[in-house]
Every structure is written in C-alpha cells, then in structure tokens.
Design a protein around this ligand. Structure first.
Ligand code: TXD
Length: 317
C-alpha cells in the first residue's frame, strides 16, 4: 500500500514538500489550503512532471478536510508569517486560530496519523495541535531542531572543509534565538570539536561565531529573501522526520516533543533528541548537560513558558 501524506498549507514550505515527496517517491500527496486555487495549482503543476520525473503518485490539491482521510502522516505549515507592523502577539493569535482548525480536521479525518508541525511560533503551535486534536503526544511533534542542526552542520563543515553529512551536531531548546547548540557533543568523523580545536583545525572563536550564526540562521535567510522565510531546508527537515516514521528507521533527531519529566520539565513542548520509528516518538533521549548548557536550556524553556502564559491570557484560556 502506498503511503498517504497530507500537507496542511500549500505555501512555500507546503509546495516544496509536495515536490520533494514526489521526487523521493514517498507516497500519495494531498495538499490542503484555505486558498483552494494555490493547493490545486501546485498539485497539478507537480503532477504534470510525473512523466519526466518517473513517479506514479496521486498529487491532489483541496480545501476540504475530508480529503486528508486516513493520511499516514500530516505535516502542518499552514498559517501566517509576521508582516511589518504585526506584533508577535497578533501572530500568535492568528496562527493559534489556524492550528485549532487544523487540529479539528486531523481529529476528525486522520486521528491515527503521525503529525509534524512547522508553523511558528513552533513550540507553542505544536502544543496547540496536540491539545486540540487530542492525539497522543508521541504522535505529534514539531520540526525545528533538524533544520537548526542542519545549519550548524553546514557551517562547521564549511569551516573544516569537509562534507556536511560527516558532521554530527545537534541543537536543543526552543526554536528561536535561545536555542542551545550542543557543541560539546558535535564531532566530525567521530573526532570531537574540542579535539579539533586542540589540533588547531578550527579556533574556539570560529566555533563561537558559527553557534551565533546558527541561532540567527532563519533571520539571515529572511534578510536576503526580503519577502518570506526559509523553505527548502525546512521542507527537507520535516520530510526526514516523516521518513523515519514511515520506514520505522529509529532515527535519532532533535524534535520539539512534549516532555513528561525529562530534563526536569513537564507539559512543555521543546526541542530535544528523540528516536522516531513506527510508533512516532519512541524514546526521549536525556543527554547530560553541564551547568552552562543547563542554564541556557532553562532560559530557553522559560521563554516558551512565558509565551505560553501570554498566549493563554490573550486566547482567554
Ligand atoms: O523551523 C521552523 N519550524 C520553521 C517555521 C522554519 C521556517 C518557516 N517556519 C514557519 O512555517 C513560518 O513562520 C510559517 O508559520 C510556516 C509556513 O511557512 P511558509 O513559508 O510555507 O509560509 P507561506 O508561504 O506563507 O504559506 C502559508 C500557507 C499559505 O498558502 C496560506 O494560504 C495557508 O498557509 N493558510 C492556511 N491553510 C490552511 N488553513 C488555514 N486556516 C490557513 N491559513 C493560512
């Protein structure tokens, strides 16, 4: 049986994911958007490349939630981006409203799906979808860490003149400028970054600059694009997570998941390394943190909790 992947949001990320799914032959695609024309237009455009790209998949656009019925994976990138003059609070209210609709659609038509949320503010939006859909926490995750880690890996690889996939590195914490780059665990071909600093292959200053650039990674792209935000790597990142679930590959990936006592937190969605397989989040890995990392992680969680409180006040719950 072919997999069915539902994409909620046919914007830059949704459209790119649909295209990548077709090229990777991952499964049939349904692209949902309130803007029906965009969903249908992108689906049709991608489908028209099937003879050239050799895929035999159904690619469909819709504005009817019934069409996501029994999807194996649902990936949510629907929502609004912050426009000039729009406050973070305005964005929060608007996107929380979108997540409520999406959660309802998932609850009704795809309650057994593995759900990946991309919409910002990420850690709050994924919590909203999990809460409103009523799906178990192991089946609802947020994408941010894979993207942020991929940026970190690229920048380290460029500095060391090696291929990026030889670099192992991950970031933790909330998606935003408080993310924690766990550089102590980063390595290249099994050799730790600290060792590489000692060997004179890279300096501590370079590493610090790379950490700062990673934290600013989204903003750097936004500044160059002028309109919109990054979409190629966000799309690839979400699909890596989807693939781990569909193939039961037990991949270790940093994802925003609901903690239940791990790292000393409960009922908060935040980025930590997890194992993804056919049961969704199969393990939450608690890596040891030194005092400095702990402090940064706590600041990051504190920021999410503060936003959550603000959101509850604004949304009146
Ligand atoms: O790391 C991460 N998590 C992120 C998050 C990295 C990059 C971008 N990130 C966020 O993803 C970004 O801040 C946005 O909140 C989302 C989607 O980004 P994208 O670049 O795809 O945004 P677009 O192109 O504006 O697309 C959004 C689409 C657009 O087609 C709208 O018509 C649609 O969402 N939309 C809706 N679809 C369904 N249902 C509702 N209610 C709805 N409202 C808008």
């Amino acid at each position: 049986m072919k997999n069915k992947i539902a994409l909620i949001g046919a914007g830059n990320i949704g459209g790119t994911m649909a295209h990548l799914i077709a090229l990777k032959k991952m499964g049939d695609v349904v692209i949902f958007d309130v803007n029906e024309g965009v969903a249908k237009g992108k689906a049709l455009d991608i489908a028209q490349s099937s003879a050239i790209e050799h895929f035999d998949l159904s690619i469909k656009g819709t504005s009817n939630y019934a069409d996501i019925k029994d999807a194996d994976v649902v990936i949510v990138s629907a929502g609004f981006a912050r426009k000039p003059g729009m406050s973070r609070d305005d964005l929060l209210v608007k996107n929380a409203g979108v997540m409520k609709e999406v959660a309802e659609g998932i609850r009704q038509y795809a309650p057994n799906a593995f759900v990946i949320v991309i919409t910002n503010p990420l850690d709050l939006m994924v919590a909203e979808v999990q809460e409103k859909s009523g799906l178990p926490a192991n089946k609802v995750v947020g994408m941010a860490g894979v993207l942020d880690s991929s940026r970190l890996r690229l920048f380290l690889a460029e500095a060391l003149n090696v291929v990026p996939d030889e670099v192992n590195a991950f970031v933790l914490g909330g998606h935003g400028d408080t993310m924690v780059s766990m550089i102590r665990y980063a390595s290249v071909g099994g050799v730790s970054i600290q060792e590489l600093i000692d060997m004179g292959r890279i300096t501590k200053e370079q590493v610090d600059q790379i950490i700062a650039r990673t934290a600013d990674g989204g903003a750097e792209v936004v500044k160059l694009l002028q309109t919109g935000s990054a979409f190629f790597t966000p799309a690839s990142s979400a699909l890596l997570m989807a693939e781990a679930y569909l193939r039961d590959s037990k991949r270790v990936l940093p994802c925003s998941v609901k903690l239940n006592g791990e790292y000393g937190y409960k009922d908060i969605y935040v980025g930590v390394p997890v194992v993804i397989g056919k049961n969704g989040v199969e393990q939450i890995i608690e890596v040891h943190m030194n005092n400095e990392e702990k402090e940064k992680f706590q600041i990051s969680c504190g920021k999410i909790l503060e936003m959550k409180k603000q959101a509850a006040q604004i949304l009146g719950k």
